[in-house]
Ligand binder design. Sequence first.
Ligand code: C5P
Length: 232
Amino acid sequence: MSKDVIIALDLDSRSRALAFLDSLSGEKPFIKIGMELYFAEGPAIVREIKARGHKVFLDLKLHDIPNTVKRSMSRLAELDVDMVNLHAAGGTAMMEAALEGLTRPDGTRPLLIAVTQLTSISQERMERELLIEKPLDQVVMHYAKCAAGAGLDGVVCSPLEAGKVHGACGGGFLTITPGVRFADGETGDQARVTTPARARELGSDYIVVGRPILQAADPAAAYRRCVAEFVG
Ligand code: C5P
């Protein structure tokens, strides 16, 4: 499985998104479209970015009953995206139904990735609000194993957890890792960060990078620097 850099296109309109893509000097990176842009512009923005030659990770984090998720995943597969995700907390039956819905009549399908516990959930919050009284890292690893057992392709996690996930779920189980910053860059609101080079050493399969590229004076150069450090 080849490593790649995914740019988080965390922008609120088609015009801003396309202006950013135009600033990339002909580079065609893998793009993550999240809820903000999708809810603002709908499926048309996905089709438009795909038509420009980008791979697309549609980050909508589905979580509902199995039948609803299955039917919704079928619609996302028709959008011809390359990667989608869901919350592992929806359960194994939901994850299996998602895979079924996602598989196109010709047998192909986008990669399906699970979110384990959101990084906004602390140990204390998980115990007090979700009544889950286990160590957070054990919960994350359990959800990752459930996702692998259901046939999913990988999880979103910190680069610092990539090795542990591969150990528990197999080397081919993908780790999609945000929280990446250049050694000489701003950390912003990310608490635990690693450089692209360190993420590579730790075994991440894909790094997701937003602000270090979106807010760079020269986004194309920042993207190329990520690729050079991470992919080599
Ligand atoms: O700007 P920055 O590089 O921090 O963007 C990281 C992207 O990864 C954002 O789209 C953010 O929502 C996403 N993400 C994250 N941490 C997670 C899951 C997703 O930063 N645990």
